[in-house]
Each structure stands twice: as C-alpha cells, then as structure tokens.
Unconditional design. Sequence first.
Length: 196
Amino acid sequence: MRLAFPAWDVGKDFLEERPAPSARDGDAGWKRETTMAKNAGIPTIAANLAVLHHVSLPVSDLARSVAFYRDVLGLRQIDRPGFDFKGAWFAIGSEQQIHLIKDEGLTFRTGKGIDGRDIHFAIRVGSYRSALLHLIAKGYGMQGKPGLDEFQSLKVNPRAAAGFPQIYIIDPDRNLIEINSDELDITEDEISSLLH
C-alpha cells in the first residue's frame, strides 16, 4: 500500500509518495519518492491566483456585532444575499470580506480571552501606530489593566516572532482579531506610555 501526500510547494504539480510503514521497520521503512501528479496540467489552488475571499464568523447578537465591526473597526457594510438565516457582510479593502452569521448551533470561543495562538484572522493596516491610537480612542487598554472590561482589552506584540508588529483584540463573541502592519512605526516607549 502506498500513501500519497501533496508536496504543497506553490506552483509544483507533484505528489510525494511513501510506502506505508510496517510494524517491524517503523519510520526507517519510509522512503521518499517524487512522481508527477496525475493531473499535472491543472494548476494547484495556490497557483491559480488564489486570494482569501472571506472569513465567516459566528455571532450571538447581530446588532451588537454589526456595531463593533462598523464602529470599532470602521469596516464598510455591504449588501448580502437573502439567505434563510440572519447575518451581515463587511468589506475589507477591495477584495476581502467578513461574513457575520447568526444561527443556532454555531461554534463559539466561549470563555476564551486574547491568545494569538488560538483561531483568529488578521487585518493588515498601513500604520501600526494609527491602528493603536484608534483603538485607544475607542476605549481600549492593555490586557489585564485593573477595571478594564475584557472586551476593551488589547494585547500588543510590537516585536513579534512572526516578523511584523501585532495587536490582538476580541469581538463581542470572542472571535480573535489580529491587526498587524509591515513595519513598526512607533517606539516601544511610546506604546508603553500610551497604554499605562
């Protein structure tokens, strides 16, 4: 028996094949071979000019969530088809969208706070400083600050291991949002003074 795994390299139409391991030879029995995919002429999803179109998020209170995405993040609400469930759509830039869905039986991050390792989506902005100032003007403060509502908390990571500065917040249903930029356009001393 042979197992096939995609090579995942953008633009390559290969499959990596390995013999299934047996109990007697363990990992040593795996041998790597590369062969052409059966449909080598068909581009992969990534090679097909793929872009992220939308992220769908569950919400428990549609009006409250619409106010958050419109008033806090400043996103533009766009028309939505007449589905048989409630929801709202927002544009991010010219190509991407956020779809809010209000329906029974959805999965929520119940009881979870801000943790960048959890499921989240990211919005890239032109200025980290401007995004931080905007959130502070909307009443946000450093996570863990006494007396600050957790839904007004933010976590900053100006020197993230990812290689770009990050801010994390949660929406009214605890959906985690990362806001990041190409570069850090504010000093860490200024960040500290703004948040303390």
